[in-house]
Write a protein of this length. Structure first.
Length: 147
């Protein structure tokens, strides 16, 4: 007579698998009994109030604001053209390395300037006029000349 092929480990694994299946069925039954499904569309609705928050109550029609469609601007608003030529003072300039910084007199911002952007030679504390151009690391002063 041959011995049974079922070992203790196999019996344990089978018992665990059956227990897991039973637990899953029990949990499924609990979910079905406690669920409130079938509440209808009204229970699933969400509204946005006048402040932009999501609520479950419909908004009050008295708080409604009238919006005129022609007043809505689509796209990027038009900028007013400002004078591209600015005035500033040379804060620092290194002739050997060929770069420096110019401080704008209007907004006290400092802008990088390179020797390639100069129209005339400059040195520290010179009053200059310049234009701004976007560089790799921010705005750079270009077309710089003494005033």
């Amino acid at each position: 007579m041959a011995k049974s092929q079922e070992t203790f480990g196999k019996k344990e694994k089978e018992a665990k698998r059956l227990k897991k299946r039973q637990d899953k069925a029990i949990k499924q039954q609990e979910r079905k009994s406690t669920s409130t499904s079938g509440g209808g569309l009204e229970s699933m609705m969400a509204y946005v109030d006048e402040n932009g928050f999501i609520t479950d109550t419909p908004p009050n029609p008295a708080n409604k604001k009238k919006v005129i469609a022609e007043n809505i601007e689509l796209g990027v608003p038009k900028r007013e053209m400002e004078d591209p030529i600015r005035k500033g003072k040379v804060e620092f300039f290194n002739d050997a390395k060929g770069f420096g910084f110019i401080k704008d007199l209007e907004n006290q911002e400092k802008y990088f300037v390179h020797v390639n952007g100069l129209l005339q030679e400059i040195k520290e504390n010179d009053n200059v006029s310049f234009e701004l151009e976007r560089g790799m690391k921010g705005l750079n002063a270009v077309r710089v000349k003494k005033i």
